[in-house]
Unconditional design. Structure first.
Length: 166
């Protein structure tokens, strides 16, 4: 799981810098400007310095983390397009909406979304940013995640699937 550490760093940065904020419900925050008035950024980072927590994720993803209160949400994918040399079997692709405890990094729940429609062939991570690149959004009651050809999916903030639209 070490290869997913770049994603972890983004989560750590988002949760640590914005700890004074109660909501970051969408890409670039509440106002869409990617700024927090109350933030004081650390001047140094290392493997242990200014790192609040680290958590292994089930797979890669390139969505931005969002949060509401103590719940942090991010997406990832597994089963296909993971290996650098061989993409694997496209039928095994699955996406996941993750909910983590923002203060300690513990995964609280995983909302699994299996492949619903055939996806484009994997052409490298940078070409397509993988299969979990759209940032989820929340209204504090529900979390909405878009997973390409597999559609839009709504979960409660407690992890119950509410609906899917493909």
């Amino acid at each position: 799981m070490k290869k997913f550490s770049g994603i972890l760093f983004i989560i750590l940065l988002s949760s640590g810098v914005a700890l004074g904020e109660e909501k970051w419900p969408q890409f670039r925050g509440s106002k869409g400007v990617a700024a927090i008035d109350s933030a004081t950024l650390p001047l140094k980072w290392s493997a242990n310095e200014n790192v609040r927590w680290k958590t292994d994720l089930p797979g890669p993803g390139s969505s931005s983390p969002i949060f509401w209160g103590n719940r942090l949400f991010v997406t990832c994918y597994t089963g296909y397009g993971i290996g650098e040399k061989e993409a694997g079997n496209a039928d095994e692709l699955s996406r996941t909406l993750l909910c983590l405890d923002r203060k300690i990094g513990k995964i609280l729940w995983k909302g699994e979304v299996p492949l619903a429609n055939p996806e484009d062939d994997y052409r490298g991570y940078l070409t397509e940013h993988g299969y979990a690149s759209a940032t989820p959004v929340t209204d504090g009651k529900h979390v909405y995640a878009f997973f390409g050809k597999s559609g839009v999916h709504a979960f409660t903030v407690a992890g119950d699937k509410v609906w899917s639209e493909q």
